[in-house]
Design a protein around this ligand. Structure first.
Ligand code: 2IT
Length: 449
């Protein structure tokens, strides 16, 4: 391996030894960049990679709130402002008990490359809390969001850092967060957050953008393979906003999603999640306090497999994890290869361990990486920022047309970067290379700091 790359990887591992998720993504990304690092010795002189793997700023704070029983609760709050070379820091907020600095640094690092791939002017960031929304009342959610924003508001702004949603943060939470921001700053600055309801400046089509965008990516790859979505079966994990948009667009394109999953098991629906009733029920389930995927099995009379994941159980033409990180391990990858599936598209962030990803690719499965496949969400967020800055609202059709074009360009740019660097049609390496080129260029031009 390139000696500079090797040295930076080793040093990063030493310096962040207690951050496994972050190291996983750094290793995956940096090892893809070798041809570009070889071709640009000036990067080493400018310590470009050392700077790239170190967040520009991390804010960590205490969030104190009162639950419905009058007890005082304390959580950790974070914002990682990872890289601002291409624009204001941009990325979601995740509220989940698994949130820690390693998880947010992995998400923030991925976000830099994803946001670069959209070609829109946004840097990379991520934030959140170890707060667990499960079983919380609406008032508790509101009080938590207000407490969280009471510290965060001084670190963000429409030209500084623009958070959005992620796991555990949807339209309702964004509303409470924005209300508190407006109250504290005494200004109408709705470009500070994206994923808002359209009634106060949210973009039409933002809730479905990640899932729809993923399918536009899938369509473009399948076109390259002279193949089509129509008639294909899809194994999906998760049942939140991202899975919903993905499943809805699969149905529109004549495909059939046959699984969904939650933390405690998966549901197999051989008839497919194709009717409006079934698709709408996903949203209802998500909005319920229990957020239990088993509700779907009970309602539509299909089987729930407790403690199991769809990967090694269900045969499908296309696999699309839509839940969370590290949900597909080596043994799952083996099962997917054995099923004879030709395609695997990551939709959730880093759903695949590095060894599982390598196994899939070595065995001829076409892999679309999360930072490219799910970029439609943040792309429409960037469109929301533009609409807010211009004080206008585009129609849903207009937003969707732009989303489609952005996703098609990401596929083209990925093939191009892969093939120009000797990795034939490798969409994983291609996405890393294409994303990196713009960031590196911008960082070099902005001087050393
Ligand atoms: O992972 C992601 O790209 C998101 N959670 C959305 C980020 C955004 O700013 O819309």
């Amino acid at each position: 391996m390139n000696t500079y790359l090797e040295r930076v990887l080793k040093k990063t591992k030493e310096k962040n030894a207690n951050e496994p998720e972050f190291l996983q993504t750094v290793e995956e990304v940096l090892t893809s960049l070798e041809p570009l690092i070889d071709a640009h010795p000036e990067y080493e002189q400018a310590a470009l990679l050392e700077r790239l793997v170190e967040p520009e700023r991390i804010i960590q704070f205490r969030v104190t709130w009162e639950d419905d029983n009058g007890n005082i609760q304390v959580n950790k709050g974070y914002r990682v402002q990872f890289n601002g070379a291409l624009g204001p820091y941009k990325g979601g907020l995740r509220f989940d008990p698994s949130v820690n600095l390693s998880v947010l640094k992995f998400l923030g690092f991925e976000q830099i490359f994803k946001n670069s791939l959209t070609t829109l002017p946004i840097g990379g960031g991520k934030g959140g809390s170890d707060f667990d929304p499960l079983g919380k009342s609406d008032k508790e959610i509101m009080r938590f969001c207000q407490a969280f924003m009471s510290e965060l508001y001084r670190h963000i702004g429409p030209s500084l850092d623009v958070p959005a949603g992620d796991i555990g943060v949807g339209g309702r939470e964004i509303g409470y967060l924005y209300g508190q921001y407006r109250r504290l700053k005494n200004i109408y600055e709705n470009g500070v957050l994206t994923g808002k309801d359209p009634v106060y400046g949210g973009s039409l089509g933002r809730p479905s953008a990640t899932g729809y965008g993923a399918l536009y990516y899938v369509q473009e790859v399948m076109k390259h393979e002279k193949d089509t979505v129509k008639g294909k079966t899809f194994a999906i994990s998760g049942f939140g906003n991202v899975a919903w948009g993905t499943i809805k667009k699969i149905a529109q394109l004549g495909g059939k999603a046959i699984t969904i999953s939650g933390p405690n098991g998966y549901v197999y629906d051989p008839d497919g999640i194709i009717t409006d009733e079934k698709i709408d029920y996903l949203l209802e389930m998500r909005a319920s306090k229990d957020m239990d995927v088993k509700m779907y099995a009970d309602k539509f009379g299909c089987e729930f497999f407790e403690g199991k994941k769809p990967w090694d159980q269900v045969k499908a033409d296309i696999y699309m994890p839509c839940a969370t990180q590290n949900e597909v391990h080596l043994e799952d990858a083996k099962a997917i290869v054995n099923s004879g599936a030709k395609y695997y598209f990551e939709v959730s962030n880093m759903p695949t361990t590095n060894e599982a990803l390598a196994y899939l690719q070595e065995h001829g499965v076409i892999v679309g990486p999360a930072k490219a496949v799910n970029a439609g969400g943040v792309a429409v967020s960037a469109l929301e920022m533009t609409q807010n800055a211009m004080r206008l609202a585009w129609s849903e059709e207009e937003v969707d047309a732009r989303l489609k074009e952005i996703m098609q360009n990401i596929v083209r740019a990925s093939y191009e970067a892969a093939n120009a660097n000797g990795f034939k049609d490798d969409l994983v390496k291609g996405a890393n290379l294409a994303g990196f080129m713009k960031i590196a260029d911008a960082m070099m031009k902005q001087g050393i700091f």
